[in-house]
Design a protein around this ligand. Structure first.
Ligand code: HEC
Ligand code: HEC
Length: 179
């Protein structure tokens, strides 16, 4: 009788762990970096002349099939900044990170108070400045809604040609040689 109960308890524990791990794995899958996806890359040169690059050259009376939504990269790999005051792109997914009047999920990790606990880079001091340059104790209202300026990184193809150069590329020809 007693042995029966013990066996039952062990089986229940096993099932519990198994189910629990199953859920964990489901979570992990959501957070994993994207695997391969094939996006038809439009021909850039044709597109720069078209009426709207999003239409990918389709005539106005034709409804082109939409491209699949771009995948958000979640690999913790930072992208370079093109100039000193560029808001860095977000190297992680931000699904379900709520930012509203009552709470700011981003500041949970990026606030000065908590950043070390999450090993996240704290927001810089500009995020605490009001419009007169006074440094406040809390995140400035001007910097509260993070995704006004910061965007996630995606694998979206470039839709039109452009000749944009980052500040360093512009300066490179005139820069003094290294050493
Ligand atoms: C669970 C903690 C956490 C939350 C919540 C979080 N981040 Fe992050 N963030 C990190 C960590 C850790 C890094 C460092 C790079 C990495 O590991 O992805 C980072 C990196 C960044 C960077 C890159 C900084 C740089 O110097 O390149 C930006 C920008 C950023 N996060 C913005 C946001 C925004 C906007 C939100 C809310 C929508 C947010 N983060 C929510 C933990 C978090
Ligand atoms: C009005 C635009 C704007 C908003 C809103 C904003 N940022 Fe930034 N952020 C910037 C700019 C510009 C930089 C780079 C220059 C600097 O540090 O001020 C930056 C830099 C950062 C960095 C890198 C800091 C470093 O030392 O390199 C992190 C992390 C960051 N922001 C997170 C956030 C989070 C989290 C929020 C929301 C609470 C937020 N930002 C809101 C413009 C903004």
């Amino acid at each position: 009788m007693k042995t029966g109960m013990v066996v039952l308890a062990v089986v229940a524990l096993g099932v519990g762990i198994f189910v629990g791990r199953g859920f964990d794995r489901a979570d992990e899958q959501v957070l994993q970096p994207p695997t391969t996806i094939t996006v038809a890359t439009p021909k850039v040169t044709e597109l720069s002349n078209s009426i709207d690059a999003m239409r990918r050259g389709a005539a106005l009376n034709i409804e082109p099939e939409s491209l699949p939504l771009a995948r958000v990269e979640n690999a913790d790999i930072k992208r370079g900044r093109a100039y000193p005051m560029q808001p860095p792109t977000i190297p992680h997914a931000i699904d379900s990170y709520q930012v509203d009047q009552n709470s700011n999920r981003c500041m949970l990790c990026h606030g000065q108070a908590n950043a070390q606990n999450f090993q996240a880079p704290p927001v810089s001091v500009t995020h605490y400045m009001d419009r007169d340059g006074q440094v406040l104790a809390e995140i400035s209202a001007r910097r509260y809604f993070c995704v006004q300026c910061h965007v996630v990184q995606t694998d979206a193809p470039t839709l039109v040609d452009n000749s944009f150069l980052g500040a360093d590329e512009i300066l490179a020809p005139t820069a003094a040689p290294a050493e």
